[in-house]
Design a protein around this ligand. Structure first.
Ligand code: 6PG
Length: 471
């Protein structure tokens, strides 16, 4: 057959870019690659890509020249200014009808802006959320594309081929217009933060509360993995507790400095939830606790000053383990509930046209928050795609309600031990607040009116009222 050029170009040969290029090549897609540092391209072509059909280019002009028209380019460069820089250099080389896909963790407002700029030149743009880390990119990520429908249709066969598959269904589908894909990825990361914080709190309660050793902890998370908590994050947590340090033979996790880093996607998720006035307290507190953990010196000093609470009677181990498993399940449902409610609201506000059932579908495999629970979530969203809150689904709602007593017991125990478990706590408070037909917000309205004449509405008559409270 006559060589017509490569079907897609991957720009940026960091580990994600390299692995996606290899994954595409595995599936028979003709790939061209480019990296700003030429050595990286040479190294890749002579190493991992040796013997494959992947073609390399050493400058952008050559790269663009290798691509079949209309061209499709996948940018795998660091989110932020590097994407704008790459676009600035590419634009003069591209033609109307070409498609640019940004596969990084770009902020959704950047994606929306870039799509508008490219559209003026007749170029198609897709913001593509890619989850699953290095292995996912290599062997099957979860893909969250949004933007130009026409552009998506063009690359759908490639994306479908490389994505993770669950029961014969690919973990990719068109999610909506504009920045829908990057938005969904951002909230995916928000939920990721929430689940990681809940796992960290579980670890703390078992370690400092019950005195569990690393092998005992591994056993707990391995047993969770056998049931309804089955998920990627529980699986890797169990594995982490089994890992021993090569140098000392001790459990490696215990040697890691207790200050968490963050690249910012969780914070972005919380930020926008607040802008949209969607409550996502579990995600918010997960961001806060990473920040707090990083104030390590301050923590050491305050600990010296204020000490630890008086020791409490140890809980019944078996009983507490059972309660914790149920509390984790309830808080897990609540974490997904918050994220999906945010996506629903964002889709309305930003006109993305996201179908929540499709989101649950693409999250079932390949991504960091993949979990057995997503099957139930998907079923709930199949019945009602615009479900405002997962707690409104009778099946999910009942499952959470059944965990209520154990959830409270875990929170009570954490308080008694003086161990911080804010993600369990705010998840429970979220649940309690949403099942409250009445909340004390009337007092807040009265206070606002008292000091700021902000007015209030009444339950017994229409209109807006102001009172002279000191009179
Ligand atoms: C994924 C991950 C991935 C990455 C994030 C999290 O879905 O594969 O979410 O995108 O690990 O950047 O990073 P931070 O924890 O540093 O914010």
């Amino acid at each position: 057959m006559l060589y017509q050029g490569c079907e897609i170009g991957v720009a940026g040969l960091g580990v994600m870019g390299r692995n996606l290029a290899l994954n595409l090549d595995d599936h028979g897609v003709q790939v061209a690659v480019y990296n700003r540092t030429q050595d990286k391209t040479r190294e890749f072509l002579a190493g991992e890509a040796a013997g494959r059909r992947i073609r390399g280019a050493y400058d952008l002009k050559e790269f663009v020249g290798l691509l079949r028209k209309p061209r499709a380019l996948l940018l795998m460069v660091k989110a932020g200014p590097p994407v704008d820089q790459m676009l600035r250099e590419l634009l003069p080389l591209l033609e109307a009808g070409d498609l640019v896909i940004d596969g990084g963790n770009s902020h959704f407002t950047d994606t929306a802006r870039r799509e508008r700029i490219l559209a003026k030149k007749g170029l198609l743009y897709l913001g593509l959320g890619v989850s699953g880390g290095e292995k996912g990119a290599r062997f099957g990520p979860s893909l969250m594309p949004g933007g130009s429908r026409k552009g998506y249709d063009r690359v759908e066969p490639f994306l479908t081929a490389i994505a993770a598959q669950v029961n014969g269904e690919p973990c990719v589908t068109y999610l909506g217009t504009g920045a829908a894909g990057h938005y969904v990825k951002m909230v995916h990361n928000g939920i990721e933060y929430a689940l990681m914080q809940l796992l960290a709190e579980s670890y703390d309660l078992l370690k400092r509360g019950l005195g569990f050793s690393a092998p005992e902890l591994a056993q707990v998370f391995e047993s969770w993995q056998q049931g309804r908590l089955q998920s990627f994050l529980v699986e890797i947590t169990a594995r982490i507790f089994r890992k021993r340090d090569d140098l000392t033979g001790q459990p490696l996790v215990e040697l890691i400095l207790d200050a968490a880093g963050a690249k910012g996607t969780g914070k972005w998720s919380s930020w926008d939830a607040m802008d949209l006035m969607v409550p996502t307290p579990t995600i918010d507190v997960a961001v806060t606790m990473r920040d707090l953990s990083a104030h390590r010196e301050e923590r050491q000093e305050i600990a010296r000053l204020l000490g630890a609470p008086a020791p409490q009677d140890p809980a019944n181990r078996e009983e507490f383990l059972r309660q914790l498993e149920n509390a984790f399940f309830a808080a897990m449902v609540v974490s997904y509930a918050q994220g999906l409610a945010q996506i629903r609201q964002a889709s309305l506000a930003y006109h993305f046209g996201v179908n929540l059932e499709a989101v649950a579908r693409v999250w079932r495999g390949g991504c960091i928050i993949r979990a057995r629970l997503l099957e139930d979530i998907r079923s709930a969203l199949q019945i009602r795609t615009d479900l405002p809150n997962l707690l409104l689904d009778p099946h999910l709602g009942e499952m959470v309600r059944a965990c209520e007593a154990d959830w409270r017991a875990v929170v009570r125990q954490a308080v008694a031990w003086g161990l911080p478990a804010p993600a369990f706590m705010v998840s429970l408070a979220y649940y309690d607040a949403f099942r409250s037909p009445w909340l004390p917000a009337n007092l807040i309205q009265a206070q606002r009116d008292y000091f700021g004449a902000h007015t209030y509405e009444r339950l017994d008559r229409p209109g807006s009222f102001h009172t002279d409270w000191d009179d």
